[in-house]
Design a protein. Structure first.
Lengths: 306, 227
């Protein structure tokens, strides 16, 4: 048993070395396939983060009239927070609004002067409401409209809701996010399938060149395990080396792209690569080895039916 | 030792006949040559012996064992009892002469020290000690065939099957290969060989089975090549 294993391992290494050109070609093709998988993983991550950043910027702003009582405001906040769709309600009081306004216009003498002339604070309190998903703003806006309809006409509470002003752009953005996610899933699937098929075919061709040898081994009385073993080992080695090479190629690429992605997408690809290295490494090397092994087993078994 | 019992083999659902109603026996330590034109069914007979082909009807026995009842997983073990030599040598191109012979022993699960001892002996028997580390493409046709014979005998099989072993060889290499086969037979191994070569048959002076169109037409104990 042990001698058999030892012989299979030795024969696998010797075969790998003596068929150096075929081995090299297989590793090269597998490296390209794994690079495609790696690049897809990274760009998927980039897309996900970008979409999330964009979604985070979307919210509904609700402005209260200046005469709104704190009690009514608190009640509305409580009702909004009770909604499933709402993830965050940020309250800005009248005083805070005034401070922010002064800060924003501190270089604008005229506006500050006009504000001083008024004496009283002209700004109302406001709410910034966020939803988990851009599609849910519609519901929240409808809910706010219902609340508004219940108000007494003499003592209104809500002055303005900006959703209806921004509805067009929010809808468009929702559409773009949905399409981008769908496109990325489809691309990912297509590229993965292509990578798997290319690898499988390459290994099949590599083993096709040895089909005569396989039949000779059978005729000499070698068992299937004894014939298959070295090819399985070689498949594993192809995957391992290709995975490591793919990582070595990706490293300088993300190092180079890192700063650019930081300023453009607010997401540093290089940091992601370093922080999630174990995950990326195991996916690339693991899928490489699994692909190599499975392809070898399938390819050899075709020629074992002598 | 080997017994073909009313064996027939048809291809294309009975359209073409490879072998028809063949019955013969081979005793231990015999040297049997099978002769006949191309397509007479010689190779088919040998392929049935190593279970590469199945008969359409009839049975083939190795001792008391019906060869074609052997389950697929046990075939490798059966094939190790038979040494095979082919017209096109069928050496493993990426292995040296030594490794080609050692492979047959490794496949047989033999120990390393046995391999180190027996492979040089087999190489010595075919007079190729100085070529052990050459790859097949560095050897001449005769040398390749001698390596193939060494591989066939290294596991001390009960029987050697040689399918046109001299078909691709020049007269001198042919003579050498036949002498080696004769030596192996003298050492007590049964040899079954197919050939086209009249000179080889006449020189051997052993049993000859003559086939024509899938049937045995002659079986002479000290045969000549008659066709």
């Amino acid at each position: 048993m042990w001698t058999g294993f030892k012989r299979i391992v030795r024969s696998g290494f010797v075969g790998f070395w003596r068929n150096a050109f075929v081995s090299l070609a297989s590793i090269f093709v597998m490296t390209v396939a794994l690079l495609v998988i790696g690049a897809t993983m990274l760009s998927d991550q980039l897309l996900g983060v970008t979409l999330k950043n964009i979604q985070d910027k979307v919210d509904i702003n609700l402005y209260f009239v200046t005469t709104a009582s704190q009690e009514d405001i608190d009640a509305l906040v409580a009702r909004l927070e009770a909604m499933d769709e709402v993830t965050e309600v940020r309250y800005t009081s009248r005083d805070e609004a005034l401070t922010q306004f002064r800060e924003r216009h501190k270089n604008d003498e005229l506006t500050i002067q006009a504000l001083e002339e008024l004496g009283d604070n002209p700004l109302g309190a406001s709410l910034a409401i966020k939803a988990a998903d851009t599609t849910q703003y519609e519901n929240i806006a409808t809910f706010i409209e219902e609340q508004r309809a219940l108000e007494e006409p003499q003592a209104p509470l809500i002055d303005e809701v900006n959703y209806f002003k921004n509805k067009g752009s929010i809808d468009k953005l929702t559409g773009i996010i949905g399409a981008a996610q769908k496109a990325s899933v489809i691309t990912l699937a297509v590229l993965m399938i292509a990578a798997v098929l290319i690898t499988f075919n390459t290994i099949r061709l590599a083993i096709y060149t040895t089909r005569e040898e396989i039949s000779v081994m059978r005729l000499v009385g070698a068992s299937n395990t004894f014939i298959r073993g070295p090819f399985m080992l070689q498949g594993l080695m192809y995957g391992l080396i290709a995975g490591v090479v793919a990582i070595l190629i990706l490293y300088p690429v993300v190092l180079w792209i890192g700063p650019a992605s930081e300023s453009f997408f607010q997401f540093n690809l290089f940091e992601y690569f370093v922080n999630d290295f174990v995950h990326i490494f195991s996916v690339l090397v693991g899928s490489g080895m699994a692909l190599g092994l499975i392809s070898s087993v399938l390819a050899v078994s075709r020629y074992l039916r002598v | 030792m080997i017994y073909f019992d009313k064996v027939s083999k048809y291809y294309n659902a009975g359209q073409s006949i490879a072998i028809e109603d063949v019955t013969f026996q081979v005793a231990p330590k015999e040297f049997v040559s099978i002769v006949g034109h191309s397509g007479a069914g010689k190779s088919t007979l040998l392929k049935m012996l190593i279970a590469e082909e199945r008969p359409t009807t009839g049975q083939v026995f190795f001792e008391s064992l019906d060869i074609h009842q052997i389950p697929r997983v046990k075939l490798p073990k059966y094939r190790r009892k038979i040494g095979t030599v082919f017209q096109d040598f069928k050496l493993l191109p990426h292995k040296t002469a030594f490794e080609n012979i050692a492979f047959a022993m490794e496949a047989n699960g033999r120990a390393d020290d046995e391999i180190m001892e027996n492979v040089p002996q087999a190489l010595a028997l075919v007079d190729l000690e100085d070529k052990s580390w050459n790859f097949p493409h560095e050897l001449s046709g005769g040398e390749k065939q001698r390596v193939a014979i060494a591989r066939a005998i290294v596991n001390q099989p009960d029987i050697i099957i040689a399918d046109e072993p001299t078909g691709n060889l020049d007269p001198i290499a042919t003579y050498e290969v036949v002498q080696i086969l004769r030596k192996i037979n003298d050492l007590g191994t049964t040899v079954i060989m197919t050939t086209h070569n009249k000179g080889v048959i006449d020189e051997l002076g052993r049993r000859v089975i003559t086939m024509d169109e899938g049937r045995i037409v002659r079986d002479d104990q000290e045969g000549k090549y008659v066709l």
